[in-house]
Ligand binder design. Structure first.
Ligand code: 13P
Ligand code: SF4
Length: 303
């Protein structure tokens, strides 16, 4: 542990804060986190914590979810640049337009959306539970956004009619996993298990031995005897996988799959966030109330 990390731990105790970090965070941030997780685990932890303050090392929509679930708590995001581009792809008015075109069709929104969009949907989901949530709904036709690749995966798994809103929403990191590269890697490592995140295009999903969220990949690795894994998601997850499974080997499916929004969080920024209690994430009371219902419904369905 370096001096700055020690100072962060000291300040964190002094301020009665908890540091929540997503699995894509830089290794040095992962190493000082109180809790690491995927989107749903971070939502749950934010929901349960008794800490006075949450320092959220992740992107904007995740920190907003922590506020929605804990409106009385101070939630800080260490960098204003930690903005998920996918969450910006579904402006609330655009969702409203599609809801009006499909009256009576429920909307399921991936948590990777802005609070204002969440406030307009019926239920939220994450990559770990999207299939389960859609399966449990009685309707056969569903509006789903903003990730069109996750929408296609949910349609394939549930057999329901899924209308992607917008039609081409995507994660700029997960579209970098291409069939040709994966075929080459598989040929080089025939013994390796290929894990793919459901934000990836269908051609990558169809090649996978396992499809799941970042933490689901972690659980899968622990439960599987295989020694070598090709990791089809943002490279940040590999630090955690290696730490928890030192005897196994992890090969990035694309070493350039780096989420710059996640990497905007640095140790210096976490230190300043704690010291100055910045940058506080704020949402209007109206948005919090409306979005709370769709997030809590998700937490309830998959508890
Ligand atoms: P997970 O919920 O699988 O961690 O995914 C979050 C995310 O933003 C993936 O790009
Ligand atoms: Fe957003 Fe993609 Fe980064 Fe996840 S990996 S935070 S979806 S840009």
């Amino acid at each position: 542990m370096n001096k700055l990390q020690e100072e962060i731990i000291r300040l964190k105790k002094e301020k009665q804060a908890i540091i929540l970090a997503h699995n894509y965070q830089k290794p040095e941030i992962q190493d000082i986190a109180d809790f690491m997780g995927d989107s749903i685990e971070l939502c749950r932890k934010a929901h349960q914590t008794r800490a006075r303050m949450i320092v959220f090392c992740g992107v904007d929509f995740m920190a907003q979810s922590a506020v929605i679930l804990n409106p009385d708590k101070k939630v800080l995001i260490p960098s204003k640049a930690a903005l998920c581009p996918m969450a910006q792809m579904l402006p609330p008015d655009y969702l409203k337009f599609w809801q009006q075109r499909h009256p009576g069709v429920p909307s399921v929104l991936y948590v990777n959306t802005l609070g204002e969009a969440k406030a307009l949907c019926d239920v939220c989901c994450t990559s770990a539970n999207a299939v389960k949530i859609v399966e449990k709904m009685p309707e056969k036709k569903i509006l789903f956004g903003p990730d069109s690749h996750l929408a296609a995966y949910v349609a394939k798994e549930t057999g329901k009619e899924i209308i992607p809103v917008p039609s081409h929403g995507y994660c700029p990191v997960h579209v970098l996993f291409e069939k040709e590269d994966l075929l080459k890697l598989k040929a080089m490592h025939p013994e390796a298990i290929l894990m793919i995140h459901p934000e990836c295009p269908m051609e990558a999903i169809q090649m996978a031995d396992f499809v799941g969220s970042t933490s689901q990949m972690g659980h899968f690795v622990e439960q599987t005897d295989a020694k070598t894994f090709i990791v089809g998601t943002e490279i940040g997850l590999i630090h955690r996988l290696k730490k928890e499974n030192p005897k196994k080997e992890f090969i990035p499916a694309n070493p350039e799959a780096i989420c710059t929004a996640m990497k905007a969080i640095t140790l210096e920024k976490v230190y300043m966030a704690l010291k100055e209690e910045r940058y506080e994430v704020n949402l209007s009371e109206k948005v919090v109330k409306a979005a709370q219902q769709s997030l809590e419904k998700m937490v309830e369905i998959v508890k």
